[in-house]
Design a protein around this ligand. Sequence first.
Ligand code: NCD
Length: 309
Amino acid sequence: MENPRHLMSPLDFSVEEIDALMALASDIEAHPDKYSHACEGKKLATLFYEPSTRTRLSFEAAMLNLGGKVLGFPSGDVSSASKGESVADTIRVISCFADIAAMRHPKEGAPMVAAKFSKIPVINAGDGGHQHPTQTLLDLFTIKKLRGSLSDMTIGFCGDLKFGRTVHSLINALARYTGIKVVLISPDELRVPDYIREDVLEHNHIPYEEVTKLEDVIGKLDILYMTRVQRERFFNEEDYLRMKDFYILDNAKMALAKPDMYVLHPLPRVNEISVEVDSDPRAKYFEQVQNGVYIRMALILTLLNIHVS
Ligand code: NCD
């Protein structure tokens, strides 16, 4: 492919392109058969240097649904990375085997390095605590389906806002819509990084507040985005143990929320949402997973420049 297009950050797509992607995902959802041979003869490589169930299998399901094939590795220790191969060399090699690649890496920026050396489109499937653009696309798609619009809402982010890359990516993406208010709910130690507060929220004049208690603010939210405390990014286990059960969303807290406040979570969930909330019609985290397959199908088609009429 000449100059392949990559996806590193949700801002790599314009608002119009994200609209087009969501429209395509909706069409795929409504008419899956129309797309079932669209990627025949194409291969997706999933290069996962960090554990994942949902994201990797969601990418693989997306490619299989499009009639394509998949290959790859599920962790750094079973790839040549364990022999010391660089990401640049790995992607040069993978470019000979596959038509498109999705890469997850514990190091921030690793997929950008891969993109630089790649002959095929590279999708950032999560890099350290930095970005997770495909999660953001599925979050946007889910919010749009639930509310009809991505503008004019108060969204609360709760949990590990320091290391949670899904939060960083989604805040970046929402900064381009109008009428967004952000409520950041975290323990003091897990507040969003300064660059999100200063370069994204303040720079874009987005009203925001930072609080520690979920109960104090849940009543004003339209969307509550819960997150897991990111154990693997902590420097010591003691801090993790102190923080891990800081928030537990249960039915008592849900009773304080608006009747049309939706709960999202990128999953995996640990203890931060009690299982009793799963049967609340406002709990939408499992729908997000389904939407993720449609949006990744739309993304693969778009980056491969495949049009289905
Ligand atoms: C998220 C991730 O990997 O950042 N998971 C996912 O991709 N659905 C969230 C998390 O691991 O907590």
